[in-house]
Design a protein around this ligand. Structure first.
Ligand SMILES: Nc1ncnc2c1ncn2[C@@H]1O[C@H](COP(=O)(O)OP(=O)(O)OP(=O)(O)O)[C@@H](O)[C@H]1O
Length: 750
């Protein structure tokens, strides 16, 4: 974007009474006006003030051709180069604006800027046909604050004012006729036709005074450029003949002419304000104050190269108006615009080029197909009928009703279409699947990506995978093994595999032994040495003796039975739950298998209205139910397992307690037996008298535990849970009775 200063030229109207106060310096392009200061209406005094106005050029007594060359030609050339341009004439009424812009029709040499600009542009068009220059013209006038089209018909009194709009930074008149012109003559014809439609009226200073501001526009397009054929430059040249400033007392008009004059002066005043605001750079410029300023917005600071030609009378009589005109010119002189070459893609050219290329390529293909024996292939766009046929074939292929060969592949366009149709099928299928899964309680990932979140859905695996578990099972329950696999994960809560494995483990298979199996109890290092002197049968007899015939033994035995019974029930529950979990798992795996095979063999999809077949629908329902059953049973199983752990520990504690108690009792009895031997209480032949390491004293005689009444014989000999002692205290519950007493009780039918 380039900044261009507005060029301002001064054209002085020839006069037979030139002012002596006006001095033109052509070398310096300045005009000096000697001003007489007025002092309270006193007599005129000598000139005592000077005003100097510089211009780009001052034209005096020059022909029209010179005016065009000096003032307008560069702008016209720029328009041919793609820049927008505006040439304005400004000045008091009768100063020669219309003469400058339009010229005098009486003589060809007096033609003005407009005809000359038309000539130049069409000369270029003729000289450079390859440039593809296209010209349109429009002609409007701003009359009494209305915009009226001067083409092609005579403006009627009822004509509607047009609207000025801003389009892409440029002012456009909505509804304005733009006449296409092939030749200079056509353009001139439209111009002069518009001239005839202009609003003019006579007054004392001009017999054909313009009563409106007129804008003749040449729209120039170049459809080819030096760089690419796809580019077009499009710009316009506005040639503006403003109505003149009028001093009503000079023109002496009345009525309509007076009203027109007032509106003209007003609009010119707005123009001055706009110029002033642009020059001040204050931001807001009141372009919309009047139609004229709206139309000239581009020219005063937009995308345009602008030239102002001010016309002035060089006579004393009009000195004030001349000074006023020159002052306005000075303000405009400092305005800058931002003109650019207006390029845009030439859609028509691009289209023509591609149409030509496509045509050539089709010919190439046809030739190739003919040479390779494939003359019937079409490379045109696929019709809706063809698309529909392809869609049906894809459906058949997906339903495995037809093979891949049923889908024709003839050209690239068709391959692309097939991809689109497959994508369409995939989207439709997925949407329907997600909907079904939502309806039946699972998310899409449940089925598509992760068949089950907590069970192994591998149909081939019916047993838990040991490698997925951390640690080993021991005989008592879970514990973390010494070596875990590298990819092991903490198992909280326990994985279903771990749970299943634990429940199916032979070590956990509960044995139905409510009575302690002595042989299976853990090694008892603390057992009294004498106990090991007995054989197995004797040890068991001693143990049975303790459990049945001592109070402590009975209580502990009962407690153990209760806990064991509870444990058995819990294990039974666990077995049942395990069965449910496992069954659910197998069912889920089976359904998964069926769904897989159904997808391969039986899935049917109707495009645009996708739907599974009925079998798949029911499978999905079963899947949802099985999954729900699995989750419920698994949760219950976890709870039962916790209870099992606790109960097992309690059973172990009971067993240990029973054993320890038994050991203490046995030691006490051994000591007691020794004392009895020493005391020789028992009669000869009694078991108590037997010595030796393997005496069966507990088998039949000793070990019967009874609670004796205080004071009875032997009641001072007791066995307690504490250290073995034979004292006079009555034991808490266990009392060893003498053989004699024992026999007595047996006889009494106890
Ligand atoms: N430079 C000139 N040489 C010869 N004749 C001129 C020149 N300038 C103006 N005239 C004549 O002066 C008359 C008034 O000129 P013109 O109509 O161009 O004034 P204007 O500024 O357009 O006035 P208005 O604002 O009232 O329309 C015309 O007859 C025109 O031929």
């Amino acid at each position: 974007m380039g900044h261009h200063r507005v060029k301002v030229f001064l054209r002085l109207r020839p006069s037979c009474r030139p002012s002596t106060a006006i001095h033109v310096d052509h070398a310096a392009n300045t005009i000096r006006i000697d001003v007489q200061k007025q002092h309270g209406g006193g007599p005129p005094r000598p000139y005592n003030d000077q005003m100097v106005f510089p211009f780009d050029s001052i034209i005096q007594s020059s022909c029209q051709e010179t005016v065009f060359d000096q003032c307008a030609k560069s702008v016209v050339e720029d328009v041919l180069g793609g820049y927008n341009g505006t040439i304005l004439t400004y000045g008091q009424t009768g100063s020669g604006k219309t003469f400058t812009m339009t010229g005098d029709t009486k003589a060809y040499a007096h033609r003005g800027i407009v005809p000359r600009a038309i000539e130049r542009i069409f000369a270029e068009k003729v000289a450079k046909p390859e440039a593809g220059i296209v010209v349109h013209v429009s002609y409007l006038e701003v009359y009494n604050e209305g915009i009226y089209d001067l083409l092609p018909q005579r403006r009627l009194a009822s004509a509607v004012s047009l609207t000025a709009m801003e389009d892409n930074g440029l002012i456009e008149i909505k509804g304005l006729n733009k006449m296409h012109c092939n030749t200079k003559a056509e353009a001139l014809k439209y111009f002069f036709e518009g001239e005839r439609h202009r609003s003019v009226a006579p007054h004392t200073m001009n017999q054909i005074s313009s009563r409106s501001h007129c804008v003749f526009t040449l729209f120039v397009e170049r459809h080819s450029g030096l760089r690419t054929l796809e580019e077009v430059t499009s710009c316009k040249l506005n040639l503006v003949d403003l109505a003149g400033l009028e001093r009503l007392k000079r023109t002496e008009v009345g009525g309509q002419a007076k009203k027109e004059a007032m509106l003209i002066n007003k609009s010119l005043s707005f123009l001055e304000q706009a110029v002033y605001a642009v020059r001040q750079g204050t931001g807001h410029v009141p372009f919309r104050q009047s139609r004229l300023t709206t139309l000239l917005k581009d020219a005063l600071g937009g995308n345009c190269k602008t030239v102002l030609i001010v016309c002035a009378w060089a006579e004393d009589f009009f000195l004030d108006e001349t000074i006023s005109t020159l002052k306005f010119a000075q303000r405009v002189k400092y305005l800058k615009t931002n003109a650019i070459i207006n390029r845009r893609p030439d859609a028509a050219n691009v289209e023509r080029k591609y149409v030509r290329e496509i045509s050539e390529l089709k010919q190439e293909l046809a030739l190739r197909d003919a040479l390779t024996g494939r003359p019937s292939i079409s490379y045109d766009d696929l019709t809706e009928e063809t698309r529909s046929e392809l869609r049906e074939r894809i459906q058949a292929f997906l339903a495995e009703e037809a093979g891949i060969d049923s889908i024709p592949i003839e050209n690239f366009k068709q391959v692309k279409e097939l991809f689109c149709l497959f994508k369409e099928a995939q989207v439709s299928l997925r949407g329907e699947l997600e909907k079904l899964l939502r309806d039946y309680g699972g998310g899409p990932d449940t089925f598509l990506n992760h068949p089950a979140t907590d069970v192994d859905m591998n149909p081939g695996s019916t047993e838990p995978d040991d490698e997925e578990c951390v640690g080993e099972l021991d005989t008592e329950g879970f514990h973390v093994g010494p070596v875990a696999p590298d990819d092991a994960r903490p198992d909280f809560p326990p994985s279903p595999h771990a749970m299943v494995r634990a429940l199916r483990s032979p070590e956990l298979r509960y044995e139905d032994d409510t009575v302690l199996d002595y042989e299976k109890s853990p090694p008892i290092k603390a057992a009294p040495p004498d106990l090991w002197d007995l054989d197995q049968e004797e040890r068991n007899e001693a143990f049975l003796e303790y459990k049945r015939n001592t109070e402590d033994g009975q209580i502990q035995e009962q407690e153990l039975r209760t806990k064991t019974s509870e444990l058995r029930m819990r294990k039974q529950s666990a077995r049942e739950l395990y069965t449910t979990v496992n069954d659910s798992k197998h069912e889920i795996a089976d359904i998964k298998k069926l769904l897989d095979s159904s997808s391969k063999a039986g899935a049917r999809v109707e495009f645009g209205n996708a739907a599974f077949d009925e079998q798949k629908y029911h499978l999905m329902q079963r899947f949802s139910v099985a999954r729900s059953a699995y989750q419920t049973a698994f949760q219950e199983l976890k709870e039962v397992k916790s209870e099992l752990d606790l109960l097992q520990q309690e059973v172990r504690d009971c067993k240990q307690k029973l054993l320890e108690s038994f050991y203490r009792w046995f030691e006490t009895m051994s000591a007691y037996r020794g004392d009895l031997s020493k005391m020789e209480v028992f009669p000869p032949g009694s078991l108590a008298a037997v010595t030796g390491p393997k005496q069966s004293i507990y088998k039949a005689d000793i070990g019967k535990v009874e609670t004796l009444p205080p004071g009875s014989p032997g009641s001072n000999m007791s066995l307690t849970n504490g250290p073995a002692s034979l004292n006079n205290e009555t034991a808490k519950g266990s009392t060893v009775v003498s053989q004699q007493n024992k026999m007595q009780k047996i006889k009494a039918g106890r």
